[in-house]
Ligand binder design. Structure first.
Ligand code: SAM
Length: 232
């Protein structure tokens, strides 16, 4: 069982998003447990303030360290990353992190039992959070989102579908794009002829050896055309 605790100022954002498809099934099967928590729950003042102005001036607000430290200490059992259990990862969603890949998703699905996701907002999160608490700083791409919540959903989805038993067929993750450094081969379904566009004959032949060879070649060809960087 893998547990996710999501720290956010918008827990409502996550209310129904995990009630669909593979994530819903994985939750129902007891493979994963997911809870989103309101960061304001770890504030001590009566207005539940979670942000403050940046030292040195400048636009916008920064998420304060105290509530985030308190929340992570509760979930990870410590307020320093050296003191977490080996299977605990505290992840800050950040455009400055390493870009999420299938290989990182695979690492998390294999090696983590507890993942704490910290969603930033505004101008970001006080740097001491990254310095002391965070085991992985993860970006979902070189662009700026308004908050870490969509990035948390992307990461969680990518990890959960790799948990053994999460997909209907155990082999389906193996054949997907990136799992072997290639894009997936083209996929077709009925009808075999649609507006004059025909499905390749080999896929209708029933010859499994030929089909496997064709798929491998087609995946290589697609990767060469669309993502030659993957072949380097
Ligand atoms: N001032 C920050 C900077 O330039 O690096 C950007 C802050 S952004 C507006 C607010 C929050 O959105 C970030 O703290 C982070 O949690 C999240 N975020 C924005 N872009 C992201 C990305 N590409 N990947 C992951 N999280 C992102």
């Amino acid at each position: 069982m893998l547990r996710f605790d999501i720290i956010t100022i918008f827990p409502e954002f996550f209310r129904e998003i995990f009630d669909y498809g593979i994530i819903r099934r994985a939750r129902a099967a007891g493979l994963v447990e997911i809870e989103a928590h309101d960061l304001r729950g770890w504030t001590a003042d009566k207005h539940h303030v979670v942000d403050d102005r940046p030292f040195g001036g400048g636009d916008g607000m920064v998420l304060k360290p105290e509530p985030i430290f308190a929340a992570v200490e509760q979930f990870a059992g410590a307020a320093r990353r050296e003191d977490y259990g080996a299977q605990t990862r505290v992840i800050l969603l950040s455009p400055q992190g390493r870009v999420l890949t299938q290989s990182l998703a695979g690492d998390l699905s294999k090696n983590a039992k507890h993942i704490v996701l910290i969603c930033g907002r505004y101008e970001g999160v006080d740097e001491r959070v990254a310095e002391a608490l965070v085991t992985d700083e993860v970006s979902i791409g070189d662009y700026i989102l308004s908050g870490g919540e969509p990035a948390a959903i992307v990461l969680l989805d990518a990890v959960v579908r790799l948990l053994p038993g999460a997909l209907g067929s155990e082999t389906s993750a193996v054949n997907e794009s990136f799992s072997e450094g290639l894009l997936d081969c083209p996929q077709y379904t009925r009808p075999p002829d649609f507006h004059g566009m025909r499905v390749p004959d080999v896929l209708l032949s029933g010859n499994h050896g030929e089909i496997a060879r064709w798929r491998r070649e087609a995946a290589l060809d697609k990767t060469r055309r669309k993502r030659p960087d993957l072949l380097k």
